[in-house]
Design a protein. Structure first.
Length: 544
């Protein structure tokens, strides 16, 4: 806070008022008299151990919040367990973020944590605006002193502040953008919260080329210069430059609503004919863009790629009979189907695909005579690992060349295969049309960036068989229930990915409807059709 501020405490609320008497008033209001009590000092010299008690938690939180509100960064930092790191961040609240007034209202402690709300005023070059948010602190026992101290984390100052980041207020480093969907509808982070990190990234990359002008803002400047600033408050709007995206507002709205059903979910929709990304949504909506940057085993959704490879090599076809025993051994590794189901030997590859039979795929690996065949298929046909340039930071998947049991696990989307919702949506889009088109969220014409291209396409015959197999999955296989509400020419593939140390598998689902493909993952969601399936269906119904 600026010098010459005072703090008053009324009903547990810490109020900073500009132009006051400074830190001395804070001490008086808290009841201190500047003197010392010999008996108290002697008692406090005993180093306490164990978790802090209720009174200690309340008093420590009270002292810290009051010192922070008064603008005494040194005193507030002294009540934390990392004084040297905390002090410059606390001082920056006034010096860098230009907060001139603050009312901090603590709530009841919950264990060692104390939640609070901040109602502040930010002022910069004659521009003033209120700023409100909520956060929390935790109280711990000092390792050497035994004192109750605030456990220092940047989130104590603001819930989105990260290690090494800085709160700043001033003229924005780049011009604001007005992002619009492919039909010209405005996209903003308030209406579409999952787009927050994406819009920040687009602004950092393209803001200076869209003809806009900077405004006055409060933002988080990350420690990594490659990451975008996160705007928290706009004191004065600049002139935004219009930025065309490939997104579809209707699909995005449906995606935002769908992922909110689960504590950890991501979904992406892609148009197969162009590679245009139509929707990206995550829950939680802020921070890491798991839908485009995540790296997880995708389970049986990868069987789309494995099936393409087996059919291309002439090892099987959609209508060929194939064995599906309840379990199978391959080089010392046992693979089994869900609940150890099996199918008659006369059933076709389409049935094994639609029912998601793991063993049918594993039993064919010896016939391929190349443990690296799936990795080659991933790169050469489906564009996985080819350095995608989507327009924002994204990850383009990985199917490493492996051997033995690890290579077998890859056939069913386990082992060392790593994907995200964007990658699986793209795989589905490629299977839909037979040709990989690198996903983009802004048109290539915006900056003429090079797009990844696969070395070959699937033949029309293989493409037709893949589509038929996915249609079977959607109409009578494991995807039937989830896809029942989806119209048009539709197909699907379910997946459940086992994760070490996780009691319930991750739920994966991918599908298409006419010229739209989508994929979703729900953490610990179980079977693909139960959790991720309805998310994909909602996006397919809404998109275009």
């Amino acid at each position: 806070m600026r010098s010459g501020a005072k703090v008053a405490i009324v009903g547990g609320v810490f109020v900073l008022v500009a132009g006051g008497l400074g830190y001395g008033v804070y001490d008086v209001v808290l009841g201190g008299d500047g003197g010392g009590d010999t008996e108290t000092a002697a008692a406090s010299s005993e180093v306490k151990t164990g978790p802090p008690g209720k009174e200690e938690i309340e008093e420590t939180a009270k002292g810290f919040l009051a010192a922070w509100a008064s603008g005494d960064a040194q005193a507030a930092a002294g009540l934390t367990n990392n004084e040297s790191v905390a002090e410059p961040v606390l001082a920056g609240y006034a010096d860098d973020a230009h907060v001139t007034e603050a009312v901090i209202t603590p709530g009841p402690a919950v264990g060692t944590k104390v939640p609070y709300t901040v109602k502040a005023t930010v002022s910069y070059e004659g521009k003033t605006k209120p700023w409100s948010y909520s956060s929390e602190l935790a109280v711990v026992r000092g390792l050497t002193t035994g004192k109750a101290l605030v456990d220092w984390e940047p989130t104590v100052i603001h819930p989105e502040l990260t290690e090494g980041a800085t709160l700043r207020t001033g003229e924005s480093s780049t011009a604001a953008i007005e992002a619009v969907d492919h039909n010209g509808k405005v996209l903003d982070k308030e209406t579409y919260p999952s787009l927050g990190p994406i819009l920040d990234s687009l602004r950092k990359k393209y803001g200076d080329t869209t003809g806009g002008s900077p405004g006055i803002e409060t933002w988080i400047e990350p420690a990594d210069e490659q990451l975008p600033d996160t705007t928290l408050l706009t004191l004065a709007k600049g002139k935004p430059g219009k930025l065309q995206t490939t997104l579809d507002a209707d699909a995005q709205a449906a995606a935002e609503k769908a992922v909110k059903q689960f504590s950890g979910a991501s979904v992406v929709a892609v148009r197969p004919s162009t590679g245009s990304i139509r929707a990206v949504a995550n829950n939680p909506a802020t921070g890491f863009n798991a839908a485009m940057q995540g790296q997880q085993a995708p389970g049986s959704t990868l069987k789309i790629m494995t099936a393409a490879m087996l059919i291309e090599k002439g090892i099987t076809s959609a209508t060929s009979p194939i064995e599906c025993p309840k379990d199978v051994m391959y080089q010392g590794n046992t693979f089994h189907n869900l609940d150890y189901f099996s199918l008659p030997d006369s059933d076709t590859f389409t049935t094994s695909f639609a029912r998601s039979c793991n063993t049918a795929f594993i039993k064919k690996i010896d016939d391929v005579h190349d443990d690296a065949a799936l990795a080659k298929e991933a790169r050469d046909v489906f564009g996985i690992g080819l350095d995608w340039k989507t327009g924002v930071v994204s990850w383009d998947g990985s199917v490493p060349e492996e051997s033995g049991g690890v290579a077998a696990a890859q056939y069913i989307g386990q082992g060392t295969v790593q994907m995200n919702a964007l990658n699986i949506a793209s795989i589905t889009a490629t299977a839909r049309n037979g040709t990989f088109r690198q996903p983009v969220i802004v048109p290539q014409s915006l900056d003429d960036r090079p797009l990844a291209t696969a070395s070959r396409s699937l033949s029309p015959n293989v493409t037709r068989q893949l589509n038929d197999m996915m249609r079977a999955t959607a109409s009578w296989g494991t995807g039937k229930a989830a896809m029942a509400s989806v119209g048009g020419d539709k197909g699907a593939k379910t997946g459940s990915a086992e994760v070490d140390g996780q009691g319930t598998s991750n739920s994966w689902f991918t599908g298409f409807s006419d010229d739209l493909a989508a994929a979703a993952v729900v953490q610990s969601g179980g079977h693909g059709g139960d959790a991720a399936g309805p998310v994909v269906a909602a996006v397919l119904r809404a998109g275009s």
